[in-house]
Design a protein around this ligand. Structure first.
Ligand SMILES: [Mg+2]
Length: 215
């Protein structure tokens, strides 16, 4: 292996504050929602957002499509308290509010020390570089490949091939790491794929496994 490509959302970064956003936006609307119920509501919405039907809507090809498709999906939260869909979109879907897992930085550093090229491949409607810079992780990533720039979304092999090209590596010397079946589209681009387990140990994503895979 000469390169590792990483998905961004729920692989390197996550949005840990969504239930808090629900509780406080509901409170502003005069509705009491417990932390437990807020977490349940968020889990339900987030899971719904990962179905093939939602993913097939082209939401990561432009900022406009992203806003329209997600606000539509979040509308179910407005049944709990009016205004929740907008609060969720504006506060949770802003990549700048996402944070890296505890093992993201250490694992990227370890891969870098092993002289592997590192890329980020994301279905996302905005540039992720400033988000990585905010957490001082930008210098650990050699290239960013965003769906809105490529004009293709995972699982389309085109986006993985664009990422390999940007790193100057061949697909068969590249490992793609993600959390969702769309990330396995890299197999059709001739890459190896590692899909992380769904369960997460607190703030630790389990990325250390990637270091073992490329040894
Ligand atoms: Mg993901």
């Amino acid at each position: 292996m000469r390169a590792v490509l990483f998905d961004w959302g729920d692989t390197l970064f996550h949005a840990p504050h969504a239930p808090e956003v629900i509780v406080s936006a509901a409170r502003e609307a005069g509705v009491g929602v417990s932390e437990v119920d807020a977490r349940g509501l968020w889990d339900e919405i987030w899971t719904a957002g990962k179905t093939p039907e939602e993913i097939g809507k082209g939401r990561d090809l432009s900022p406009e499509a992203h806003r329209r498709v997600w606000i539509d999906l979040f509308a179910r939260a407005d049944r709990v308290a009016p205004g929740l869909s907008r609060a969720l979109y504006e506060q949770v879907m802003d990549p700048h509010s996402w944070v890296p897992y505890a093992d993201t930085g250490p694992v990227l550093r370890e891969l870098r020390a092993r002289r592997l090229r590192i890329g980020v491949v994301s279905n996302v409607p905005a540039d992720l570089r400033p988000v990585f810079a905010k957490h001082r992780l930008d210098s650990l990533v050699d290239s960013f490949t965003h769906s809105f720039e490529v004009g293709a979304e995972k699982p389309d092999p085109a986006i993985f091939l664009a990422a390999a090209k940007s790193l100057g590596v061949a697909p068969n010397e590249t490992l793609m790491v993600g959390d969702h079946p769309v990330d396995a589209g890299a197999e059709r681009a001739g890459m190896r794929v590692f899909i992380l387990p769904g369960e997460i140990d607190g703030e630790v994503r389990g990325l250390k496994r990637v270091v073992d895979l490329v040894k």
